[in-house]
Ligand binder design. Structure first.
Ligand SMILES: Cc1cc2nc3c(=O)[nH]c(=O)nc-3n(C[C@H](O)[C@H](O)[C@H](O)COP(=O)(O)OP(=O)(O)OC[C@H]3O[C@@H](n4cnc5c(N)ncnc54)[C@H](O)[C@@H]3O)c2cc1C
Length: 373
């Protein structure tokens, strides 16, 4: 058994967890755990231009640019077939923050983890949250894995950054609210196209997404509701290819690379939030607190911005060193208010965007999304 004492324990070393750890390590002792020994391949590569400001503030931008492996490519923008057959283009050419980035997602997360270690964060992986209890003003957490001995961690404050699972908050009995049932089925393949803009295309039962990622690869995904699709449709590559025949553009791209497609299966992509995003000496951040529809392409930026806002609040309130009840209550109130405001804005934009597509307004996928306006 290993014993650790720390000011702040962050559970989850994804984008939210790493950015929070790097931003807090100059003012607190920080321990960061993740159940995975290394990040895994995952979908979600488009990093909003404004994220550059955060990377710059944390002194990460230069090393990201000069990294020996290609961790990102510049993305000119998005073309969409949404609301009509007419293509609509949104580029970032005049955006003061520059272009958006298409990330090598696994490489980027590995880079963030490495940066956290270099900055002095005590990182432990693989280590999965097993149990936690608050005795007076100290959290006692046990984390386990097959590779490491049991970790007994005492912390003054806990940050749940475990993504959509919100493992810590749920272990405190807090429920998740699910707004819809969106899922995404995705594949990757070599990129052979001349046009490198990302593309979204609406269809009767959902929407297609196609984008170029580093190392001459392309990701293609279909988003729909889990109850609107037969499970067998996304069972394997053959069934996915069969399904994709409904879209000529996608069939064309997939058809050119048939022998080199990697099928990754289905992931949850719905809009969800925790019923309560903070409690006595803990908060949830990133997807653990609120998770977005991929249509927004804002999940990673939100995770980063959320981590930075949290750091400001923690430093300002000094709650970690003075877990006094009044300060804690005040802190919870302010944090909840910030997150509620982000959630409201997100829902408004999501509804506006889905309402711009009326061609299949009587189909369940669209009807559900128009209904909420
Ligand atoms: C289909 C799809 C497409 C997307 N596309 C985009 C996009 O283009 N642009 C964009 O900005 N966003 C996109 N997103 C959203 C984006 O991926 C998320 O918002 C982002 O990953 C949130 O980061 P996070 O750190 O909060 O959570 P996560 O990335 O989920 O990280 C959570 C971490 O916690 C660890 N963990 C989980 N449970 C435990 C436990 N019990 N103990 C210890 N560790 C644990 C996990 O291993 C993981 O490392 C997309 C999402 C989906 C589903």
């Amino acid at each position: 058994m290993t014993k650790i004492e720390t000011d702040i324990l962050i559970i989850g070393g994804g984008i939210a967890g790493c950015i929070a750890a790097i931003s807090l390590v100059n003012t607190h002792t920080v321990t960061l755990i993740d159940k995975l020994e290394e990040p895994k391949e995952r979908i979600g590569e488009s990093l909003a231009p404004a994220a550059q400001r955060i990377l710059k503030e944390l002194d990460l931008l230069e090393s990201l640019h000069s990294h020996q492996e290609q961790l990102y490519i510049q993305n000119l923008g998005m073309q969409s077939y949404w609301g009509s057959e007419q293509v609509h283009i949104v580029d970032h050419l005049r955006n003061p923050d520059g272009l958006s980035k298409s990330l090598d997602r696994k490489g980027f997360e590995t880079f963030l983890r490495k940066s956290a270690v270099e900055r002095g964060v005590h990182c432990i992986w693989p280590a999965k949250l097993k149990s936690s209890s608050l005795n007076d003003t100290t959290w006692h957490v046990i984390a386990t894995s097959e590779k490491l001995e049991e970790q007994h961690i005492q912390a003054k404050f806990i940050i749940d950054a475990t993504g959509r699972q919100s493992h810590f908050a749920r272990s405190q009995g807090i429920q998740r609210i699910h707004i819809d049932k969106l899922i995404a089925c995705w594949v990757t393949l070599p990129d052979t196209e001349v046009n490198t803009m990302s593309t979204i295309t609406a269809t009767e039962n959902g929407w297609w997404y196609s984008a170029v990622i580093p190392n001459n690869k392309r990701v293609i995904a279909f988003q729909t509701d889990s109850d609107l699709i037969d499970k067998a449709t996304f069972k394997d590559l053959d069934s996915f290819l069969e399904f994709s025949k409904g879209n000529l553009q996608i069939t064309y791209i997939l058809g050119k690379n048939k022998t080199n497609i990697t099928f990754h299966g289905v992931v949850a992509a719905n809009s969800t939030r925790l019923e309560q995003i903070t409690g006595k000496q803990w908060v949830a951040i990133g997807d653990a607190a609120i998770s977005f529809d991929p249509l927004s392409s804002q999940g990673m930026f939100n995770a980063m911005a959320n981590a930075m806002q949290l750091k400001e609040l923690l430093v300002m309130s000094n709650i970690v060193n003075h877990p006094d009840t009044d300060i804690d209550k005040q802190f919870q109130k302010m944090y909840t208010k910030q997150m509620e405001s982000i959630w409201e804005q997100y829902l408004y934009h999501k509804n506006t965007f889905y309402s711009a597509e009326m061609r299949w307004k009587n189909y369940p996928f669209w009807k559900r999304r128009h209904h909420s306006l």
